[in-house]
Design a protein. Structure first.
Length: 412
């Protein structure tokens, strides 16, 4: 078995790119399993219903069972490589689920989940066939209630930040993740953090998709709303007091969400939490924006131009929603770490012009006293000590109604 052509491997690479460390390690560990398969005369891509996969599985199991920790990890990593590199499908390889069961039995160190986490974070660079294999494998793992598999689901959600359908394959991934979340809602809500993050992610996608913009959005928005309703149907035990959920629900207007009730006062008292907002941005995006915050004002201005081109300029219809999430994350992170960055707030305010959700994010931050309101005031040219009434007067005329409404939500 050899991975698909065009340079081989799981990922598209440029001429000078180094090999992916995880993929290379998995390929090397696969060598021993390949020898076992060869001895049994097996071809993983063969459709022969009489292939003796049981012999190979027994031998691979013996390699892992009773061996030391490193040997077990080697066996598991090698089989994962085969799962992502060959045409594994129950219709093509009769022993597919037997190999999957083998992994479940011998993987005492979460090697499968850890490997797929690495792959998920590079999803946009995956070759098309590897994408399909990853989606199929994850669906089977969810159906089997694989321990910690929800982490891979969450990683794929982070690889697809709400609103960004600009890259090839994004719409297909979104459809696949929404389908999985709807089908496995009962499994997801068994893990409170996974349920809340998926709920937030689906809500933000529902508000980011404009059905009038494209046929894809017209099809995917009802699916995103369906996931929210489905999760809520299973999640009666969840305490919905998350300020990020409060924000997302207030932006997403749909009659399907009338059943979703949040404790707005409790959410406001807790404030926005980074662990929720981080789920809406890619890890690299957060790291780079954090670096920009720590720079001097003159450096920030130069860096922001590069950051905009790299992460935002290509988003088209999804720019406004993503900019809103970025604003909320940046101000919350700066508040938690007591970073003063008025130059950044002014730049984000300027970039928000014409984007309703981004403007509303600033209004949401200003709805109660604290770092968020001070950041908004500084973005508007104030000192950061302005009262609510003064802030409304300072705000652009297009904002004032929304800002006053946000502040009235908590009567502060």
């Amino acid at each position: 078995m050899v991975p698909e052509g065009g340079g081989g491997g799981w990922y598209y690479t440029r001429p000078l790119d180094a090999a992916d460390a995880v993929e290379e390690a998995a390929r090397l560990h696969y060598v021993s399993q390949r020898k076992v398969l060869a001895r049994a005369g097996l071809d993983l891509e063969s459709a022969d219903p009489n292939a003796q996969h049981g012999v190979a599985i027994a031998e691979i199991f013996a390699m892992a069972d009773g061996s030391d920790e490193e040997q077990q990890k080697s066996v598991v990593l090698g089989v994962v490589y085969a799962l992502l590199s060959a045409e594994w499908n129950e219709k093509v390889v009769p022993g597919y689920f037997d190999y999957l069961s083998l992994l479940r039995t011998v993987d005492d160190h979460d090697v499968v989940v850890r490997t797929l986490l690495s792959v998920a974070l590079r999803y946009s660079n995956l070759r098309p066939k590897c994408r399909l294999r990853l989606q199929g494998l994850l669906s089977d793992m969810a159906a089997a209630r694989w321990p910690k598999a929800e982490r891979v689901v969450l990683a794929l959600q982070r690889a697809l930040s709400p609103g960004d359908l600009s890259w090839a394959g994004a719409a297909e991934l979104l459809g696949s993740l929404l389908e999985l979340a709807a089908a496995q809602a009962g499994w997801l809500v068994a893990n409170d953090p996974a349920a809340k993050l998926t709920l937030l992610w689906a809500l933000r996608w529902a508000s980011a998709l404009d059905p009038a913009a494209s046929s894809e959005a017209q099809e995917l928005r009802p699916a995103a709303l369906g996931v929210v309703v489905r999760l809520l149907g299973f999640a009666h035990h969840l305490c919905l007091d998350d300020a990020a959920l409060d924000w997302a629900l207030s932006i997403c207007k749909a009659h399907e969400l009338d059943c979703m009730k949040l404790d707005t006062t409790a959410a406001a008292e807790k404030g926005l939490e980074l662990k929720s907002l981080e789920h809406l941005l890619a890890p690299g995006e957060q790291e780079q924006l954090r670096f920009i915050m720590m720079a001097k004002p003159a450096q920030q201005e130069r860096m922001l131009g590069w950051f905009w081109k790299r992460h935002l300029a290509h988003r088209g219809q999804g720019l406004g929603p993503h900019l809103a999430d970025l604003i909320l994350w940046a101000v919350t992170m700066a508040g938690d770490e007591r970073i003063e960055s008025p130059t950044l707030w002014k730049a984000l305010l300027q970039a928000s012009a014409g984007h309703e959700q981004a403007m509303n994010a600033f209004c949401f931050l200003a709805r109660q006293p604290g770092y968020g309101r001070a950041a908004v005031a500084k973005a508007l040219g104030g000192s950061g000590t302005e009262t609510a009434q003064e802030l409304v007067v300072m705000a652009p005329s297009a904002w004032r109604g929304a800002l006053a409404e946000r502040m009235g939500e908590l009567k502060k």
